[in-house]
Design a protein around this ligand. Structure first.
Ligand SMILES: O=C(O)CC1=CCC(=O)O1
Length: 264
């Protein structure tokens, strides 16, 4: 694990895998940190140099008060890649991490070799949803929404059969800094890339868990249809975070796609 200060933000990141191999960057979702990618990293490590990081407001990275813009998140990612000397990489992001990946692909098209958009869309939810979340956390802290969010993250099967893991992921959410969570809800409330994503030029794989209730299959299918040449895949037996529920299936889809588009 390592840390870098980029702009005014301290970011926690990890670099794993082969020096000289194609670079893959992984971006986490709201209320999680880079550990949601751990099992995918294990699967893909023989083939890539993998950079994972806790986006601002989450994990061990700084969580300043105030709204975070999509540009803030993209600038953090650019700062991290500049620090690592990475000129070109594939970027995979889940949910708001996928929004950050879309923003990066649009604003830095020369730096992106491939894009994996997991359970995401150019606009996720609406202003009332994110304002309600913000109010809930301001009123009762992260505990106030933890149980309800577990229903959005995971399938019924996972919640029933993996009770200890569920409790661990719930801890991750509940321990997210309130300021960081609120700042990122503002990103979600204020970001709408629907008029922009047709301009994504990178080879793009779009995936969604078949039981995702936060970004449902049809929303993610529409997202794929708006991106020229994008491939769309449904991950069976998965909710909103396939990297946790189906890391083997997700890694296989990513590896096959990257091979086809010449990134590893
Ligand atoms: O918390 C949720 O409802 C799921 C989610 C939405 C955006 C994100 O990153 O996670």
């Amino acid at each position: 694990m390592a840390f870098v200060r980029t702009g005014e933000i301290l970011l926690h990141y990890r670099v794993q895998g082969l020096t000289g191999a194609p670079v893959l960057v992984l971006v986490n979702s709201l209320g999680t940190d880079a550990r949601i990618w751990d099992e995918v990293i294990t699967e893909l490590l023989p083939h890539y140099r993998i950079v994972s990081y806790d986006k601002r407001g989450h994990g061990l990275s700084d969580a300043p008060a105030g709204d975070y813009s999509l540009d803030d998140h993209v600038a953090d990612l650019v700062g991290l890649l500049d620090h690592l000397g990475v000129a070109q990489s594939a970027v995979a992001g889940v949910s708001v991490g996928g929004l950050i990946a879309q923003g990066f692909a649009l604003r830095h098209s020369d730096r992106i070799a491939g894009l994996v958009l997991c359970d995401t869309a150019p606009k996720i939810g609406d202003a009332p949803l994110w304002d309600e979340r913000i109010a809930a956390v301001q009123g009762g802290g992260m505990e106030a929404l933890a149980d309800a969010v577990m229903l959005r993250w995971f399938t019924e099967r996972y919640r029933r059969d993996s009770a200890d893991a569920l409790a661990g992921w719930r801890n991750m959410l509940a321990r997210t800094p309130a300021e960081g969570y609120i700042g990122t809800c503002a990103t979600l409330r204020n970001t709408d890339l629907r008029n922009d994503i047709a301009g994504i030029a990178a080879p793009t794989l779009v995936v969604v868990g078949d039981a995702d209730v936060a970004t449902p299959v049809e929303l993610v299918r529409e997202t794929a249809a708006c991106i020229p040449g994008a491939r769309f895949e449904i991950v069976p037996d998965a909710g909103h975070i396939p990297s946790i529920e189906q890391p083997g299936r997700l890694s296989a889809l990513m590896k096959t796609y990257f091979n086809e588009v010449g990134h590893g």
